[in-house]
Design a protein around this ligand. Structure first.
Ligand SMILES: Nc1nc2c(c(=O)[nH]1)N[C@H]1C(S)=C(S)[C@@H](COP(=O)(O)OP(=O)(O)OC[C@H]3O[C@@H](n4cnc5c(=O)[nH]c(N)nc54)[C@H](O)[C@@H]3O)O[C@H]1N2
Ligand SMILES: Nc1nc2c(c(=O)[nH]1)N[C@H]1C(S)=C(S)[C@@H](COP(=O)(O)OP(=O)(O)OC[C@H]3O[C@@H](n4cnc5c(=O)[nH]c(N)nc54)[C@H](O)[C@@H]3O)O[C@H]1N2
Ligand code: SF4
Ligand SMILES: [Mo]
Length: 695
């Protein structure tokens, strides 16, 4: 065996779809080999800490199952039989299929489909250039952020908040609806550090006793989809007990008197019946928040993946507007900083040639789209051809029975550009091998912080793996279309975008590794006014002017409550479906990524459903039993784990395991729905009714 080389440490950025966007130090062992990855100690947000799955990234980059050659399907769809072909032959075949679809059904029958498997601005978003230059169908991104962002912006008018590094000086940190220990470890690092240094209280609000709740001082485990009720009762107590900052309310909010009157009936007793929390728990939490001016609300995505998720986010985000916590360093709220960057992406995305009349198909409703439901097709032609990059819809999208049927269509041509033979790649006609972030250049921005960061190419790609940019440019060449962006390398794109956006240039970013663009305290805390035209926080939002869809509102938007409330549009349990299912993230996976790495699989074990001991006993079920779980969308079989840390009637299944790892080959998203969350779409992935039985 060769003696291992002394590693050279190089700077990079984690490209995964995670708010932390960690600054990395990568041990490069040779031209095509990496070793350990660590968090950059000198980046104040990363603070030297990253998650275990990325620390072991060598396992993923050098995985024996990495795709190394372009392949053409030779078996039936999905049976896994492919033959290797050349890049030229593969790209020719894709271009030919796209042209054929266009001739037969028009350009909008081609649907380039992508998501955030890489968060790199160039490699993730160049697919739009192909889309726009050809007039292909657009994608309405709904699977992740819509309910959360819409609810937050409805109140604040802008997607930003108190500097995440201010957690260091908070006296109370409320981690609401995010399993930070698993999904964005840095939040926990900062919170625990603050507790050590100044006795900061950590509160976590979730629907089961996960690792974040375990590490918190106060853990509130409520029923799924009832956060709006908890928030209202907290505000009721704040008004009742003199903890509302009336001067702040008068200056900074739209209708404090109306809110106070509305909350009169939203008592802790009222909320207790809805949330399943005790009145004492609610009172104690409200008092803590009321008596602690520097309370920092770190709001996650989890509690918004419900049919009332947008209104839940808005209700929770309203609490610091009642206490005036925004006034204080270490106080206020933070959900995402995605609103602060304002990159000029026109060269990357080709927005100069965008035709706004092209349809925007709902990403989450890919099943309905591919099976030809007219409302999902928005009145346009069937989808006949797809290019898929950076996403694995055959595992991660809701309403899987339809997704499966759609991808099974013989008349649908699919090209998947991937690092691994995912379940989506298995359904493809052409599979192309993709680079990882260590093998291409890109630039990143942090949703959970405020840095622009560079992730340069550090090692050579294995086999014939190529970057996304290459595939898109080669396809456009073959399709006979051009754009000035096509002649540029990834580095040239980065340089162009930075310059056009007023963020220096590539050379400077390469030297400095990251650029801190944190807005000033007064802006981050909205002390110069909130983002709405009147400068106020809106307790009473106009739900339809908050980014409205093409067609006005989506889902049951007409009955949305005017003021913060518990909105009863959940998929409630009923006699035939006595349980509410939450499909929470697994710590060692990232959506479906890392389900291929041995150490992550070993840590996660197998697909399971966690059930309260009394519920299990009532059904005559025991720990380790094989069970069926189902609803009107389908049925899955997996193993039961008895688990005390959940309310009765609620069951939890962690992780988006590959469908094939379930006993019947049907995965968790068989049970989740794709009906849009009001008013701006989204998937209610944690809002499902199910039955459970032996078998
Ligand atoms: N390890 C790991 N990290 C990840 C991911 C992953 O899959 N695994 N996914 C990445 C992605 S794409 C994203 S968007 C982020 C998302 O990260 P988060 O913001 O953490 O959101 P979720 O992962 O949806 O769920 C977080 C928590 O919300 C809880 N929850 C569900 N329903 C409710 C509810 O009604 N009320 C309350 N209070 N809590 C509820 C769940 O139990 C879960 O513990 O994480 C990223 N990071
Ligand atoms: N039941 C349930 N379902 C969920 C969720 C849940 O909480 N519960 N969470 C949802 C959320 S928040 C999200 S964001 C979605 C995310 O779902 P996806 O967007 O599908 O994310 P991943 O599963 O991580 O898959 C990303 C894929 O991109 C590939 N990839 C990475 N980098 C590159 C690259 O540079 N080029 C190319 N060509 N490919 C690349 C990876 O190999 C990986 O297979 O899942 C959703 N699905
Ligand atoms: S915590 Fe998130 S951003 Fe940081 S290394 Fe892990 S997956 Fe990447
Ligand atoms: Mo996400």
């Amino acid at each position: 065996m060769n003696k291992p080389l002394d590693p050279i440490t190089r700077a990079s950025v984690c490209p995964h779809d995670c708010p932390s966007t960690c600054a990395l130090e990568v041990d490069v062992l040779g031209p095509d080999r990496i070793g350990r990855i660590r968090g950059a100690a000198d980046n104040p947000y990363t603070d030297g800490v990253i998650c275990a799955k990325v620390a072991r990234y060598a396992e993923r980059v050098h995985h024996p199952d990495r795709l190394l050659k372009p392949m053409r399907r030779i078996g039936a769809k999905g049976d896994g039989r492919f033959e290797p072909i050349s890049w030229n032959a593969a790209l020719d075949e894709v271009a030919e299929a796209f042209l054929k679809a266009e001739q037969r059904l028009g350009a909008q029958s081609v649907w380039p489909y992508h998501y955030a498997g890489t968060m790199g601005q160039v490699q993730r978003d160049s697919i739009h250039r192909l889309r726009h230059v050809k007039g292909y169908s657009r994608q309405f991104d709904t699977i992740c952020t819509n309910p959360a962002w819409t609810g937050y912006i409805a109140g604040t008018g802008a997607l930003r908040g108190s500097d995440p590094r201010e957690m260091a000086v908070s006296d109370c940190i409320v981690i609401w609806g995010t399993n930070a220990v698993a999904t964005q470890v840095n939040v926990m690092t900062h919170a625990v550090k603050a507790r050590k240094q100044r006795g900061t209280k950590i509160v976590a609000v979730d629907v089961y006793r996960n690792e974040t709740i375990r590490q918190a001082d106060i853990g509130l485990v409520l029923r799924p989809g009832t956060d709006g009720a908890l928030a209202c009762a907290v505000m009721h107590v704040l008004f009742r007990d003199g903890h509302a900052d009336r001067a702040y309310l008068d200056e900074y909010t739209d209708c404090p008197a109306e809110l106070e009157a509305h909350l009169a009936t939203r008592t802790p007793e009222w909320a207790s019946a809805i949330t399943g929390l005790s009145v004492e728990e609610i009172e104690a939490f409200a008092t803590l928040v009321g008596e602690t001016p520097a309370t920092y609300f770190r709001l996650g995505y989890g509690f918004t993946r419900a049919r009332n998720g947008t209104t839940a986010m808005h209700a929770v985000a309203s609490i610091p507007a009642v206490t005036g916590a925004w006034r204080h360093r270490g106080g206020g709220a933070f959900h995402s900083n995605s609103g602060i960057y304002d990159f000029d992406k026109s060269m990357i995305e080709g927005t100069d040639v965008l035709d706004p009349t092209t349809r925007r198909l709902d990403q989450s409703r890919i099943g309905a789209v591919l099976t030809g439901e007219p409302d999902a097709l928005l009145g346009g032609p069937d989808v006949a051809a797809m290019l898929i990059q950076n996403t694995n819809p055959a595992s991660v999208c809701p309403d899987q029975e339809k997704v499966r049927a759609g991808f099974g269509r013989e008349d649908l041509f699919v090209c998947v550009h991937e690092q691994f033979m995912t379940e989506t790649a298995l359904m493809a006609d052409i599979v192309l091998p993709a680079t990882t972030f260590l093998e291409h250049d890109d630039v990143y921005k942090g949703g959970g912080h405020q840095y622009i960061m560079l992730g340069p190419k550090l090692v050579e790609a294995p086999g014939e793996a190529r970057e996304n940019l290459f595939v898109l440019n080669e396809l456009m060449k073959r399709l006979g279309v051009d754009h000035p962006g096509n002649a540029m390398t990834a580095r040239e794109h980065i340089d162009w975008m930075l310059k056009a956006s007023g963020y220096g240039d590539l050379e400077t970013l390469e030297r400095d590794r990251w650029l801190d663009i944190q807005p000033p305290f007064e802006d981050a805390h909205f002390l110069n006014g909130f983002g709405h035209a009147d400068g106020k926080y809106h307790f009473k939002p106009d739900w339809l002017t908050t980014p409205a869809n093409n067609d006005g509102g989506m889902g049951p938007y007409a009955t949305m409550p005017d003021l913060p409330d518990h909105w009863s549009v959940l998929e409630e349990a009923d006699e035939d479906h006595p349980f509410r299912l939450v499909t929470a993230p697994a710590r060692s996976f990232l959506n479906s990524s890392f389900t291929e790495t041995p150490s992550s699989r070993k840590k996660e074990g197998r697909p399971e459903v966690m059930v309260h001991p009394q519920d299990a006993a009532r059904l005559g079920l025991a720990d380790g039993d094989l069970v069926s779980m189902g609803n009107h969308r389908g049925e899955v079989r997996l193993h039961l784990r008895v688990f005390e840390g959940v309310q009765r009637g609620v069951v939890i299944s962690e992780g988006v395991w590959a469908n094939r790892t379930f006993v019947d080959g049907k995965g968790i998203n068989t049970l989740t729905g794709a009906d849009p969350v009001a008013p701006y779409g989204g998937a209610a992935l944690h809002d499902n009714k199910v039955w459970l039985r032996e078998g």
